[in-house]
Write a protein that binds this ligand. Structure first.
Ligand SMILES: Nc1ccn([C@@H]2O[C@H](COP(=O)(O)O)[C@@H](O)[C@H]2O)c(=O)n1
Ligand SMILES: C[C@@]1(CO)OP(=O)(O)OP(=O)(O)OC[C@H]1O
Length: 162
């Protein structure tokens, strides 16, 4: 990188509901009355986070690194993609300072799964659990999230030179 200063990144992802009996969010498989439509496992939270990490170092986005036209990523475990992105960050001399992820969903109820999400993300980023925040909010029945058409996630990350 041209400078050795801390960097911040931001990412957003959306997946719509479709056929299925479970959703995968933050690396946690949650039984649900439908699934999320995606080329990979549709983990909106991890996709938003990976985009934030890539954005922090201006490395593009996950669509560039893991094209949805590539059969190799069909049904992919997004934790594997996230670990790959962590490797890219480390290779450029950075470590994750902290990450903050917000999931917008009317359903399913995410609160019982938040700690497990934080633990899995921390493992994949190579950091302590207290460096990873995951939050959930409804949108008070407004918009596509409120109509239960899909789930949205936002993420911010701070990277430190190692
Ligand atoms: N899918 C969700 C959405 C929200 N929560 C938790 O419920 C609380 C209240 O949410 P509001 O949208 O009314 O702010 C909040 O503490 C969320 O953590 C949830 O568990 N699952
Ligand atoms: C993750 C990838 C890769 O299989 O596919 P999807 O699961 O469809 O997810 P999206 O958020 O559209 O991001 C980029 C994709 O290339």
């Amino acid at each position: 990188m041209s400078t050795r200063l801390p960097r911040v990144g931001h990412g957003i992802d959306v997946h719509r509901f479709g056929e299925g009996t479970e959703v995968t969010i933050g690396g946690v498989v949650i039984p649900h009355d439908c699934g999320l439509v995606a080329h990979s496992d549709g983990d909106v939270a991890l996709h938003a986070l990976a985009d934030a990490m890539l954005g922090a170092l201006a490395l593009g986005d996950i669509g560039k690194h893991f094209p949805d036209t590539d059969a190799a990523f069909k049904g992919a475990d997004s934790r594997v993609l996230l670990r790959h992105v962590t490797g890219l960050i480390h290779a450029r001399g950075y470590v994750i300072g902290n990450a903050d992820v917000t999931v917008l969903a009317e359903r399913p109820k995410l609160a019982p799964h938040i700690l497990a999400m934080r633990e899995r993300i921390a493992e994949d980023l190579g950091v302590a659990v207290d460096q990873v925040s995951v939050k959930a909010t409804t949108t008070e029945q407004l918009g596509f999230v409120g109509r239960r058409e899909g789930i949205e996630a936002h993420a911010m990350v701070m990277l430190w030179p190692s």
